[in-house]
Write a protein that binds this ligand. Structure first.
Ligand SMILES: [Mg+2]
Length: 167
């Protein structure tokens, strides 16, 4: 059993310009690679949980999202760190594409589905786990999954992670 550090994506690892789906033009938030390496070294699972209703809305497809995730993994490897998993929630109640339409998608934050899946997929010590996100819906998902949630309001992500770890 190891603790997990869950991260939202947009607004945490990259600047949130809305429906980020292109590698070109991504603005990385400072301290991401260092934060992930720090958590790797401390034995945390590092897991990204990202709402991606832009897929359901038909703004971009899963392949475009995976390209962004490849770029994210490459970026985070700059300091020698890695993420263990990325979960995404493409569903939305108003999805243009029927296969992504759901009245209350269980994976879409503030619902905790992605976190609960990760807890089933990895041996996670919930007591010591936490989530960092930039929206109330992130913190609500953490609450519903039974873990601590911390709001990231910008700045350096590694500093924010250190503050969480130091309690
Ligand atoms: Mg966000």
């Amino acid at each position: 059993m190891r603790p997990a550090a869950f991260f939202d994506r947009d607004g945490v690892f990259n600047v949130d310009h809305g429906y980020t789906h292109q590698v070109v033009g991504i603005e990385w938030i400072p301290g991401g690679p260092q934060a992930v390496k720090r958590l790797n070294d401390l034995g945390y699972w590092v897991i990204v949980v990202t709402n991606q209703s832009g897929i359901g809305r038909g703004y971009y497809d899963e392949a475009a999202m995976h390209a962004v995730h490849d770029a994210l993994r490459e970026h985070l490897a700059e300091a020698g760190g890695h993420i263990d998993a990325i979960y995404f929630a493409p569903h939305h109640e108003d999805a243009a594409l029927e296969q992504y339409r759901h009245p209350d998608p269980p994976d879409r934050k503030p619902n905790p589905g992605m976190l609960l899946k990760a807890m089933a997929d990895f041996p996670i010590d919930k007591e010591r786990s936490f989530l960092i996100g930039d929206k109330d819906s992130d913190l609500e998902a953490a609450r519903r999954a039974g873990i601590a949630g911390y709001l990231f309001e910008g700045g350096d992500l590694d500093e924010a992670v250190r503050a969480v770890l130091e309690g």
